[in-house]
Design a binder for this molecule. Structure first.
Ligand code: C2E
Ligand code: CA
Ligand code: CA
Length: 543
């Protein structure tokens, strides 16, 4: 028998009392904790929806923006009819503007008169037509094609020829990110509507419940007349709360720790928005250079390589540049990314290239790099005292994007050339500015785009373009590299045309550093052991 507060109590009673006291004392904190937990989980669900909506808006704005710019460019060039040269121009635009599946000429009533594909046109039904942004003459239209499921977005622009417009067709899937795969364990639905309320498309897991049962985020685009709504079931969020409460104090404690560590881990893993994600990947060194060999097609020897970036995620997934370069460019992160890539390439292949001064290493730059002289400082700092040497470096600038300020660009190009590096124009023949570009910039190398290589031997027209480019390059003492060479037949043609350097899958895809270094050792041994047979450059696979 024991005494508690002066009263004799049995051990059994004491235990019950202790439990009751414990429950009373622990109850409010646990209840408060559960309440806090509930709001935390709900807030996270809401955050996730906000991020997904924002991500979709950024994607859609970027892609629609590119289509609008391409239509402006076509209109400026006077493209407004179904005549041959106009169809050619539409086709060229289609090639360079990725999300657009078709460029067409459209009658005032919305009928498609002809398209770049030249295919027989399935009937299109116009579902809605609204200005793409307040007061704009460009229209954002939702259409249905033949019997195909789902909708398409058509951007339609008037031309000077009052009776015809031109239009770009964009598949809805390319405007809405594949949400549920990125949204983690909670399934979400993303809906895109026009400002007038027409459904453009939706993507994700169907959520049939009434509005009050859902968490919802709605975000209108500031640039274009569209709105994105993302949603998830509130019960999905609530289920986790009920389970947690049932587990009682210990369960709650464990879950609290789990949730806390999850909320601590989440920003590290996923980032709050795609730009943060890029920044974190950059800090973590996840952007790695791949090297695509450039081959001398007369001798079969190596001339160098082009550095092409890959995003290697910690789980080993390799993301191609098309998925992140546009965002890196628009956010300005491309400057730091290029810098990191140059440093890493120096570390990885610098020593091997240093011993082979005839090999060149080229990097891709973007219009943003030519806006000021920062790139000149970067290149000087990175390559001045290391290998590859400045004279081995080539910087590629694409003809696909127009350069804003030609005077400043020319100054930067000249300053870079002053350091000893060479400048190449990439994707020649596909862009806006054409030959005049090269003449004005005074570049050293032109890279002929795959589109012309593909038609080698098939279309007399393209051969003429290549021949014109070769003439021009020779007159101006510029080197030529043929890109995207996939067959030996093309190699033979290029050789006949007098082209010396080529790059493409027929020789090798972009290779990780280790494979590229093996290739260099195999076909460019440092000691001149001429009697040793040269290993063929062809068919070297990534791995
Ligand atoms: P690009 O500079 O025109 O690079 C050539 C692209 O064609 C590469 O795609 C390459 O893998 C691919 N390619 C090479 N040979 C063949 C072939 O025989 N057939 C076919 N079908 N394709 C071939 P990738 O690596 O996906 O790069 C795509 C684009 O991303 C590049 O086009 C470039 O514009 C951009 N990019 C890549 N790395 C960087 C970078 O570090 N900085 C910047 N600013 N842009 C980059
Ligand atoms: Ca390139
Ligand atoms: Ca190219």
């Amino acid at each position: 028998m024991l005494l508690l507060y002066g009263v004799a109590v049995s051990p059994r009673r004491k235990l019950l009392l202790a439990i009751a006291t414990g429950v009373v004392l622990a109850g409010p904190p646990v209840a408060a904790f559960n309440l806090w937990l509930g709001s935390l989980v709900e807030r996270q669900g809401q955050d996730e929806l906000d991020v997904l909506a924002r991500r979709t808006i950024v994607l859609a704005e970027g892609r629609i923006g590119r289509a609008v710019a391409a239509l402006d460019e076509l209109a400026a060039r006077g493209v407004d009819s179904c005549r041959g040269p106009h169809i050619d121009a539409l086709r060229q635009a289609n090639f360079s503007v990725t999300p657009v599946k078709e460029f067409s000429v459209v009658a005032p009533d919305g009928r498609t008169l002809c398209a770049d594909s030249g295919n027989s046109l399935e009937p299109r039904k116009l579902i809605s037509s609204e200005p793409v942004s307040a007061g704009a003459t460009v229209l954002l239209e939702v259409i249905r094609i033949g019997e195909r499921p789902g909708h398409w977005v058509r951007i339609r622009r008037p031309t000077a020829n009052a009776s015809n417009g031109i239009a770009a067709l964009i598949p809805v899937e390319s405007l809405i990110v594949s949400m549920s795969s990125q949204a983690g364990p909670l399934s979400t639905l993303a809906r895109m509507t026009t400002r007038g309320g027409t459904l453009i498309g939706e993507f994700g897991d169907a959520i049939p419940a009434a509005a009050e049962d859902r968490l919802i985020a709605t975000l209108p685009s500031e640039r274009y007349a569209l709105t994105v709504t993302t949603s998830m079931l509130r019960t999905q969020v609530a289920v986790s709360q009920t389970d947690m409460r049932a587990l009682g104090t210990i369960g709650s404690g464990i879950l609290a720790i789990l949730i806390l560590s999850l909320s601590l881990l989440l920003p590290k893993r996923g980032g709050h928005n795609p730009i943060t994600e890029l920044e974190q990947a950059l800090k973590a060194g996840e952007f790695v250079p791949y090297y695509q060999p450039v081959v001398d097609i007369r001798s079969g020897r190596l001339r160098g390589a082009e550095v092409l970036v890959r995003w290697r995620k910690p789980d080993g997934t390799i993301i191609p540049p098309a998925s992140f370069i546009p965002l890196a460019e628009s956010s300005g992160l491309i400057i730091e990314l290029t810098r990191a890539l140059m440093r890493r390439a120096c570390r990885e292949v610098g020593p091997a290239l240093g011993r082979r001064p005839h090999l060149k290493l080229s990097f891709n730059l973007t219009a943003r790099h030519f806006a000021d002289e920062e790139i000149v400082q970067d290149v000087r700092r990175i390559f001045n005292k290391s290998s590859p040497r400045l004279a081995q470096v080539v910087l590629e600038v694409t003809e696909r994007q127009p350069l804003d300020n030609l005077t400043e660009t020319r100054r930067v190009v000249a300053a870079l050339q002053g350091l000893g590096v060479q400048i190449a124009i990439d994707d020649v023949g596909t862009g806006h500015s054409g030959l005049s570009y090269m003449l004005k910039l005074g570049v050293d190398i032109i890279k002929i785009d795959k589109i012309f290589i593909d038609s080698l031997g098939t279309e007399r027209h393209s051969n003429t373009i290549i021949e014109t480019l070769i003439d021009l390059a020779q007159n101006m003492r510029m080197d030529i590299v043929a890109e995207g060479v996939e067959t030996f037949e093309q190699v033979m043609h290029l050789r006949e045309l007098g082209i010396r350097s080529a790059q493409g899958y027929v020789f090798a895809p972009p290779l990780p550093a280790s494979a590229f270094l093996q290739l260099v050792e195999a076909i460019e041994p440092v000691k001149p052991e001429e009697e040793r047979p040269l290993a063929p450059a062809a068919q070297f696979k990534a791995g």
